[in-house]
Design a protein around this ligand. Structure first.
Ligand SMILES: Cc1cc2nc3c(=O)[nH]c(=O)nc-3n(C[C@H](O)[C@H](O)[C@H](O)COP(=O)(O)OP(=O)(O)OC[C@H]3O[C@@H](n4cnc5c(N)ncnc54)[C@H](O)[C@@H]3O)c2cc1C
Length: 528
């Protein structure tokens, strides 16, 4: 197999795989990406529903935070390949249940402070104080850390202790998000809003080590953005960048195993019996159980490595139930009578009242029951009419629900339709015009997610929880946190790696730095 046609093979065509592939191809390597689905891009999925209707729905990611600020976006010239993003000004609006108050997060921070001041002057001051304190933390530490392979914890800590920003980061991250919010903010709705905003990223709000997440989000320049034409356009632009650089993406390929010879990854075998060889590497965009337990024969890996992969944990709070609607007109929220800007809100959060609601949501997940309804969503066509036929709209709501309902994911079979209707009814209480405006609705229950994207085990959209032993240098597990997969020529590049999931492309970007370094090749990276 030594004279294979490809330098390397990448497993799965999530955006991280495609980012990695594009850098490798631009560095002169001949690289093939293999995908089991019939369309490339993983969570960058846009579906037309009903078929032939011209109504587009982004069912596995819509809010792409700070995407155009990611270094690979410019490096890979994705706008040349068709990607276009917008970042709506009123980025997030949380409707308080009485319907007469709204918390607003604007791209203009002063407007965010004004909105918080309507609810609590004291909390608005705290918001500004923490945002100002964290600007250097985000700019000088957190952003560069996310865009590079992680350092060992001791080395990182020694470095952080050398600067005021580093010490502030260490002090704040010693808290849990919950402790941080309760210590620094007083109003229950503001506490809840900040925690939920944080929870959208699936971090355990009770876990020490994550207290810095909320001030970091406040201080971050990058807000939620959307891809014009739908999230799939980003995938299409990545595939175009890969192909322009000579790479290939093959879809509809079921993998049977990664071929190991003399302790080295040298190719793959498909379920159909095809052998494809790789001269220099195999990189996996899949989760650790798929890569190390399902695709590699037991004999090739030490038992300790296999048990570490088997123990890789998933986020309890990550699964999202999706409700998608085709509309004759955009949702009109009752609260817009008092706050007309709500008509142009990008993300709208409804149903959240106080921190106790959040606690109840976590408890319900632990107990496998449906929590009190808290949802968030958008009407994409307000900002991009191309996603529906002229004069019509599409919109959606997502809700966090447990993957195992009453102990088993299959229990959703009997419950999902009724739950979708309950979500719609709840949405209508905030946006009464939906009662007449909905032409069709469809749902995507949580147990459907891993059927389509098996790397998102237990419907965990981050592909692995951000807890003890699964962050930074230790992600996905201690010993594997450097994008290398124990065997020579084997690499990891998906969301199970630092800095984790969501559409950031950074696991793929960092894997490209490691892999090209190992191969003695150079590429133009954004940080050069
Ligand atoms: C309902 C929902 C909403 C979300 N909303 C957002 C959002 O608004 N913003 C955001 O940033 N993120 C969001 N996410 C998360 C985001 O989709 C993921 O974090 C991201 O797609 C992970 O990227 P990835 O490159 O690691 O892998 P994925 O995008 O998961 O891609 C992995 C690919 O590998 C393929 N694959 C799996 N197993 C095999 C196999 N055995 N052989 C071959 N191929 C295989 C899969 O088919 C898939 O194409 C959402 C996820 C869900 C489910």
């Amino acid at each position: 197999m030594a004279d294979g046609a490809y330098d390397g093979i990448i497993l799965g065509s999530g955006h991280n795989s495609l980012v990695l592939q594009a850098y490798l191809c631009r560095a002169g390597l001949h690289v093939l990406c293999l995908e089991r689905n019939n369309v490339a891009g993983g969570g960058l999925r846009t579906e037309e529903w009903p078929a032939g209707s011209g109504s587009l729905h982004n069912t596995h990611s819509f809010y792409h935070r700070a995407l155009t600020r990611q270094p690979w976006y410019a490096d890979l010239e994705l706008e040349k390949h068709g990607a276009r993003y917008i970042e709506p000004d009123l980025n997030v609006a949380m409707l308080l249940p009485e319907g007469d108050e709204v918390l607003e997060w604007w791209t203009d921070f002063d407007r965010t402070v004004d909105s918080f001041a309507r609810v609590s002057r004291r909390d608005a001051d705290a918001l500004r104080r923490w945002r100002d304190a964290f600007v250097p933390v985000v700019r000088d530490i957190l952003v560069p850390e996310a865009q590079a392979p992680p350092l060992p914890a001791d080395e990182r800590c020694t470095r952080l202790l050398q600067t005021p920003a580093g010490r502030l980061l260490l002090e704040t991250s010693a808290l849990s998000p919950h402790e941080f919010v309760r210590r620094e903010f007083g109003h229950p709705a503001i506490q809840a809003g900040l925690l939920f905003f944080n929870g959208l990223r699936e971090v355990d709000m009770n876990a020490p080590g994550f207290g810095h997440h909320i001030p970091a989000l406040l201080a971050s320049d990058g807000k939620a953005q959307m891809c014009l034409g739908g999230s799939a356009r980003l995938a299409e632009s990545l595939v175009a960048a890969v192909e322009e650089a000579g790479g290939q993406v093959r879809t509809g390929v079921d993998l049977a195993r990664i071929v190991i010879e003399s302790g080295r990854a040298v190719g793959v075998e498909t379920v159909g019996g095809e052998r494809i060889t790789a001269r220099r590497f195999v990189a996996s965009g899949l989760n650790p159980q798929q890569t190390f337990l399902e695709l590699i024969d037991t004999v090739h890996l030490p038992a300790t490595w296999r048990s570490a992969a088997a123990a890789f944990r998933y986020n309890l709070l990550a699964p999202l139930f999706g409700l998608y609607v085709d509309l004759d007109e955009a949702p009109r929220y009752a609260a817009a009578e008092r706050y007309p800007e709500l008509d142009d809100a990008f993300m709208v959060i409804i149903g959240l009242d106080s921190v106790e609601d959040f606690d109840e949501m976590v408890l319900a997940h632990q107990q496998g029951r449906i929590p009190p309804m808290v949802m968030w969503g958008s009407c994409p066509t307000r900002f991009d009419p191309s996603q529906a036929p002229a004069g019509r709209h599409t919109a959606f709501m997502w809700e966090k629900v447990p993957y195992r309902l009453h102990g088993a994911a299959s229990n959703w079979d009997a419950e999902a339709e009724a739950h979708g209707r309950r979500m719609l009814a709840c949405w209508q209480t905030y946006a009464p015009n939906l009662e007449d405006a909905v032409r069709h609705h469809f749902i995507r229950p949580v147990h459907d997610i891993p059927k389509l994207l098996p790397n998102m085990r237990e419907a965990d959209l981050l592909v692995g929880s951000l807890g003890e032993g699964q962050v930074g240098y230790d992600r996905p597990f201690p010993g594997a946190g450097h994008y290398r997969g124990h065997l020579e020529g084997l690499y990891l590049c998906g969301s199970c790696c630092h800095p984790s999931g969501n559409v950031t492309g950074l696991p793929g970007y960092n894997a490209a730095q490691v892999l090209l370094g190992d191969l003695g090749l150079r590429a133009e990276f954004g940080y050069d």
